[in-house]
Design a protein around this ligand. Structure first.
Ligand SMILES: Cc1cc2nc3c(=O)[nH]c(=O)nc-3n(C[C@H](O)[C@H](O)[C@H](O)COP(=O)(O)OP(=O)(O)OC[C@H]3O[C@@H](n4cnc5c(N)ncnc54)[C@H](O)[C@@H]3O)c2cc1C
Ligand code: SF4
Length: 351
């Protein structure tokens, strides 16, 4: 293994002062340490953020918005009763990710920053523009299934694997980041970058900046009664999404007054299409409407012949997530959250 410095700052100022080019921030380590073992990540210095206590708070403000510290674990956030009540589909997405042990370690910031699961990215000997700019892309002509259907470029066809980020996109979360020049907020829609000619640039973070918190507005909680996350995967117990969708509706007298839809595992960032969401407004929920919205959300999708089924699966996932949201958020999360085997009417499955 390549040698590296390891530092453990106790304050944000110490953390920022210890950054240097080639350094990596360390959260729970469930992604970074794996990539270091594979030789894919080779930081000169690892800056462990786990001792900075003010990064670990979940704070509801008077106005109902919530600020979630970067080092809050995925498990603690999902199980926070007030949070799950206001933002149930975010909790559902968190609980559908990874395993219980991983969620205990994984942090909010680490989840936002996790790298793609493209098999060629993780294989040190493969050509990968994201890992080594200009090297080529071995995934493009392969049978890799974790492949973008939307927003890909000739340089990179990787997807973002996060479940958590999909409902965050639907609810328009803000990412609070800090660097030596101060603090700023980045809308989640602008946080993950599409690959273009520079797939090595994955997020809007500048050199030396780190995530300090995530914000969800009080307005985002207006969807709480009709909000679901649906994840299709090879094993319901433990696998990354093949396709996923977060659907949130605001309904009055049986009519949809506002709708949000974000798709996961189909692009290098969670995918939202305003034109598709607009089709929901003023309509009564029904299967034909949701099929039209899903079709519009996937407009422009492209896949090689062996993956055309994934376009159809993504549409079906979106339409079903909308139907589940229309049926209403269950009072308790299902035992296997975000499972396609769950009931549309919110009844608990697998209990
Ligand atoms: C076997 C397995 C299965 C998994 N399944 C799923 C799944 O189904 N769904 C899913 O969504 N995820 C899944 N994951 C991914 C998991 O969610 C991520 O590994 C985890 O969220 C990363 O969080 P962490 O705190 O451990 O990050 P780390 O590994 O510590 O860091 C990850 C990245 O974030 C950066 N980073 C950490 N903190 C900060 C910060 N404050 N500011 C800026 N950058 C920072 C690090 O430098 C690194 O690049 C799985 C992981 C494994 C190993
Ligand atoms: S798809 Fe992207 S991450 Fe995968 S090998 Fe190609 S350049 Fe690398």
């Amino acid at each position: 293994m390549k040698q590296f410095d390891y530092v453990q700052p106790k304050t944000m100022d110490e953390a920022l002062a210890s950054w240097e080019p080639g350094a990596s921030w360390l959260g729970g380590g469930t992604n970074l340490v794996d990539l270091m073992k594979l030789g894919v990540a080779q930081p000169q210095r690892v800056i462990d953020l786990t001792r900075i206590s003010d990064l670990g708070e979940i704070t509801f403000q008077q106005n109902g918005s919530v600020r979630i510290g970067a080092m809050v674990s995925n498990a603690d956030l999902a199980r926070h009763a007030g949070f799950a009540q206001h933002f149930p589909m975010v909790a559902e997405a968190l609980l559908s990710g990874a395993s219980g042990q991983l969620r205990n370690m994984a942090t909010v910031a680490g989840n936002l920053m996790q790298r793609t699961r493209c098999a060629y990215f993780q294989e040190e000997t493969a050509a990968c523009n994201r890992r080594t700019p200009g090297a080529g892309c071995d995934a493009r002509d392969s049978d890799e299934e974790a492949r973008a259907l939307l927003g890909a470029s000739p340089a990179c066809v990787a997807t973002n694997p996060s479940d958590f980020c999909v409902p965050l996109a639907a609810l328009e979360a803000q990412v609070e980041v800090r660097g030596v020049n101060g603090t700023r907020q980045i809308p989640i829609a602008e946080f993950h970058l599409l690959p273009g000619d520079h797939p090595e640039r994955e997020t809007a973070l500048e050199q030396g900046e780190l995530i300090v918190a995530l914000h969800l507005s009080a307005e985002a909680a207006r969807f709480a009664r009709h909000a679901r996350y649906l994840k299709v995967r090879d094993r319901t117990s433990f696998a990354f999404a093949t396709t996923a969708a977060a659907a949130a509706l605001q309904m009055e007298d049986g009519i949809i007054v506002e709708g949000r839809l974000a798709l996961g595992a189909v692009a290098a960032r969670p995918w939202r299409v305003a034109e598709a969401e607009a089709l929901l407004v003023g309509q009564a929920p029904d299967a034909a409407l949701f099929a039209r919205v899903a079709e519009a959300a996937m407009a422009g999708a492209e896949a090689p012949v062996h993956l055309e089924w994934k376009i159809d699966l993504a549409r079906r996932t979106a339409a079903r997530a909308l139907a589940m949201a229309a049926a209403g958020t269950p009072a308790r999360l299902p035992a296997l959250p975000a499972s396609p085997f769950g009931q549309q009417n919110g009844d608990l499955a697998h209990v």
